[in-house]
Design a protein around this ligand. Structure first.
Ligand code: SF4
Length: 246
């Protein structure tokens, strides 16, 4: 189903689809796609890693994850451990006192719903909308995490996460309206992509927009003058006084 435009003067859905593909091609060329998948985690490990990373620097959440893995032999052992021990293991990340009981609640819920040892491999055979809904019923799991588990883990399924860089770039390019938050942006941006795209294509799209946010379309002072999609970007053209507009 086509999402409706957010304002009467918004571009049509078809215009946004066309722009999304053009932006994809230019940014993939600029940043060197195809990008290798960075994670080799199974889906449950990816879920735990993703929950640890919430509002935490990459290096700190990586250290917390490594410490947790070193301290406990299995995710079932994390689930059943005294919460204080889990909290101590994940101490490098932000809010370990909140994240430790949250992780254990997630693991308990997963094992209840699996009726056995914790795992998420069965998501490989589920239609993507169902797999995402299954994950999003877990405590603290929203659309970004559900998509990250399916795409980044060894499942490599074509579900697209939208992080803050991706969201900012998409908003400035008017692929989504100015008031669309990160959560609702997931469905709107995914709808612009061809439904038969592979996981690699979806991954490249996400990574290319994210890299663009990190390397050019900065939060405070975007480098619009050297941007390869300036001609597609109303925000950048307004900043530069119409330069590059068509
Ligand atoms: S023109 Fe500027 S605001 Fe637009 S995408 Fe490029 S860097 Fe970002």
């Amino acid at each position: 189903m086509k999402p409706s435009p957010t304002a009467p003067d918004s571009p049509t859905f078809e215009a946004r689809q066309e722009k999304a593909l053009l932006v994809h091609e230019r940014l993939c060329a600029a940043y060197g796609a195809p990008f290798p998948f960075f994670s080799e985690k199974d889906p449950l490990s990816e879920l735990i890693s993703s929950l640890l990373s919430h509002r935490t620097k990459n290096q700190d959440s990586h250290r917390a994850y490594q410490q947790l893995r070193a301290r406990f032999p299995t995710w079932d052992a994390v689930r059943d451990a005294p919460t204080a021990e889990v909290e101590a293991a994940i101490n490098p990340c932000t809010w370990p006192e909140q994240k430790a009981p949250r992780l254990q609640a997630v693991l308990r819920e997963v094992s209840t719903r699996c009726d056995g040892p914790c795992h998420l491999e069965f998501l490989a055979d589920m239609p993507i909308p169902e797999a995402r809904a299954w994950l999003e019923q877990l405590p603290g799991v929203g659309p970004k995490t559900s998509a990250a588990v399916l795409l980044f883990s060894t499942l490599h399924r074509p579900a697209m996460p939208v992080d803050s860089h991706h969201h900012r770039v998409a908003q400035r390019l008017d692929l989504i309206g100015p008031k669309v938050g990160e959560g609702p942006a997931h469905a709107l941006l995914a709808a612009l992509l061809p439904p038969d795209w592979t996981a690699q294509q979806v991954y490249d799209h996400h990574e290319a927009l994210m890299f663009h946010g990190q390397k050019c379309c900065y939060y405070a002072a975007p480098a619009c003058g050297r941007c390869v999609v300036l001609d597609q970007c109303p925000f950048g053209q307004a900043r530069l006084g119409g330069v590059g507009s068509q």
